[in-house]
Design a protein around this ligand. Structure first.
Ligand code: F6R
Length: 605
């Protein structure tokens, strides 16, 4: 959701900025622009794809060795050229790009209008530029600090300031920003993939820090104006993970990367048949633990729902699941002694982050399950488990989802063992099964063939229902979300027993119902549900484990997944659901990796 890049060094800035923006495309955007520094700043921006911007840049060939760039995902004002970033202040004092939302922008805009400022765009970003202009006293860092004192909301901003012709400035609060250190050159980005071709040495900017970049130096200032040391960290992420590597789509590549994503996630957490968590709970914490909350958004929330089934069943600890946008405002009854788990691929999701902060304020021990290293949620949690799934570029999550499931199994086993409900031998057997999961996921990828075959029929539907019971229910929600978000087919996921309480009236001749029935204990019930929809004309596509009998007589098509223990089956079930969504979307000619209106990292609420 919006992307920032910056470059200062000996090279021409424009190609580096455009390349960086392309690497941030996956975050979602609707316009893009760059500003190249010099005696006069050159701003080029266009509505739509980066290719449009590239054409304008090629036509005007702006030359300069430092500059900033941006991909905008509209929040204030329509997606057009005028609202695209960069924005320049009325007197040309500053040109800037911004991610985040300025909540009090209208109030500041009114004040500045009274002072004679006129605004060209509808954005909250232009307000930052004009405010900087108004407060500017020749000291760029000091002015950023004064500006930040007036702003409410979230921002990561990169600035070119008149009179400081060989510098890039930046400021940050509640929106990610990273400095990349090169040799005789430095970079700025809102997300790591933009930096990967150039450097792995990064400084992760903290909230309320102010940055001054030159070719040879990275200066970091606190809110008092005091200079701080920039602690450089090495990013452990390969450039390959941000490239398509022979696949036509990132989503396809990421679906196929799931065996290694899960292996890389669970292997470091298992040692000699025991669980090896990378953080410590406070003393006697698990013994006294009464309740767990799992908070997340979208697919990560579906992982949380799945984890609830497993943790409650294995460890007998009550688990409440919440979507983060509700949790943060619902005054939850939590306190010391509870455990709150936050699941997030990006580690920057605004609602999940706000929920984490809410929980921390109430003295709860917070644990996050995060994919992006050093992201805000990871840094602010008491404990963090990284899903080492690698960079996930496609907007629709797949491999991060599977890696998060892997962590859920580990946590459930750890808690059950700590509570004495799983013996050492049982733990060892369970961790062995978890370690074997990557091979089984690879076997589940063989459903590629049948899902590709079914895609034509699926792609012609207007409505599809996913039904399942028990642990299959959250998987139905995930299968439904995956298909609807990228193919734009209307889908709904239901607990199969719930259908007859209203929704079954929508089933008519030919309506596609995907019935997920992997739990032996609930198979009989699922068979009854399948008969119910079938007798109303539904076309049933069943997803079951190998060896399930009697299903071919009542379903129109059957997808078989490898069999595994009940707790681990979600990792195998999700694969054909992802593949079905992928193939149907390709069939419909929609943009698989960048579905309309969506952003990879939802940094605004
Ligand atoms: C769906 C999807 C989203 C994310 C959600 C949370 O395919 O990717 O539903 O799961 O936006 O994002 P993170 O995990 O980054 O907090």
């Amino acid at each position: 959701m919006c992307g920032i890049v910056g470059y200062i060094g000996a090279e021409e800035a424009a190609p580096i900025l455009i390349n960086g923006l392309r690497r941030l495309e996956y975050r979602g955007y609707d316009s893009a622009g760059i500003a190249i520094g010099g005696d006069n700043v050159t701003v080029i921006k266009e509505k739509g794809r980066i290719d449009n911007l590239q054409k304008s840049v090629d036509a005007s060939c702006p030359s300069g060795h430092w500059g900033i760039g941006h991909t905008r995902w509209a929040t204030h004002g329509i997606p057009d050229k005028c609202n695209a970033h960069p924005h320049t202040s009325q007197n040309g004092t500053v040109t800037l790009v911004h991610n985040g939302i300025i909540e009090n922008y209208l109030e500041i805009k009114t004040d500045l209008t009274t002072l004679g400022y006129t605004f060209k765009s509808d954005t909250d970003t232009e307000v930052i530029a004009q405010l900087f202009d108004y407060l500017y006293d020749g000291d760029a860092v000091g002015t950023m600090i004064k500006v930040s004192n007036r702003l409410e909301g979230s921002y990561a901003a990169a600035l070119l300031v008149k009179g400081h012709e060989d510098r890039i400035f930046a400021m940050k609060k509640d929106s990610p920003l990273i400095v990349g250190r090169g040799k005789g050159e430095n970079y700025l980005a809102s997300d790591i993939p933009a930096l990967l071709p150039y450097t792995k040495d990064c400084y992760i900017v903290n909230d309320n820090e102010f940055i001054e970049l030159s070719c040879d130096d990275i200066k970091v200032y606190s809110k008092t104006g005091a200079q701080k040391k920039a602690e450089i960290k090495k990013i452990e992420l390969s450039i390959d993970s941000a490239e398509k590597g022979g696949y036509s789509y990132f989503m396809e590549k990421e679906i196929y990367e799931q065996p290694s994503a899960v292996k890389n996630t669970v292997s470091p957490l298992i040692r000699n048949g025991k669980i090896n968590l990378p953080f410590q709970f406070p003393e006697n914490f698990i013994k006294n633990l009464k309740r767990i909350y799992i908070v997340a958004c979208g697919s990560a929330y579906h992982v949380g729902m799945t984890a609830k089934y497993i943790i409650e069943d294995m460890a007998r600890i009550p688990v409440e699941t919440d979507i983060a946008s509700e949790f943060r405002y619902r005054n939850p009854i939590i306190g010391k002694g509870d455990l709150c788990i936050f699941i997030s691929q990006s580690g920057e999701t605004a609602d999940t982050l706000a929920s984490l902060r809410e929980a921390k304020n109430r003295g709860v021990f917070t644990l996050s399950v995060v994919n992006v290293m050093f992201s805000t949620i990871a840094r602010e949690s008491d404990g963090v488990i990284y899903t080492n799934a690698g960079a996930e570029i496609a907007v629709a999550t797949t491999k991060a989802f599977s890696a998060q499931l892997g962590v859920s199994y580990i946590l459930a086993a750890y808690l059950a063992h700590e509570k004495g409900l799983l013996s050492d031998a049982q733990l060892e057997a369970f961790t062995r099964e978890i370690s074997e999961l990557p091979e089984k996921i690879a076997a589940s990828l063989k459903t590629d063939e049948i899902t590709a075959k079914l895609a034509g029929h699926i792609s012609r539907q207007e409505h599809i229902f996913f039904i399942g019971r028990g642990i299959d229910y959250p998987l139905c929600l995930e299968g439904s979300l995956k298909l609807k978000e990228i193919s734009y087919i209307h889908c709904e996921g239901y607990g199969a027993g719930e259908l007859k309480h209203g929704t079954i009236s929508l089933i008519e001749d030919g309506t596609v119902v995907a019935a997920v029935a992997t739990d032996d204990a609930l198979l009989g019930k699922m068979i009854s549900n399948i008969r119910e929809v079938r007798s109303r004309g539904a076309y049933v596509l069943a997803v079951v484990k190998e060896g399930t009998e009697g299903i071919e007589d009542i379903a129109d098509e059957v997808i078989y997944i490898p069999s595994a223990s009940r707790y681990l089956t979600p990792s195998l079930t999700v694969v054909p659901l992802q593949l079905l969504a992928f193939h149907a979307t390709v069939e419909r000619g929609c943009d698989v990796d960048k579905p309309r209106n969506l952003a990879k990292s939802v940094t605004v609420e």
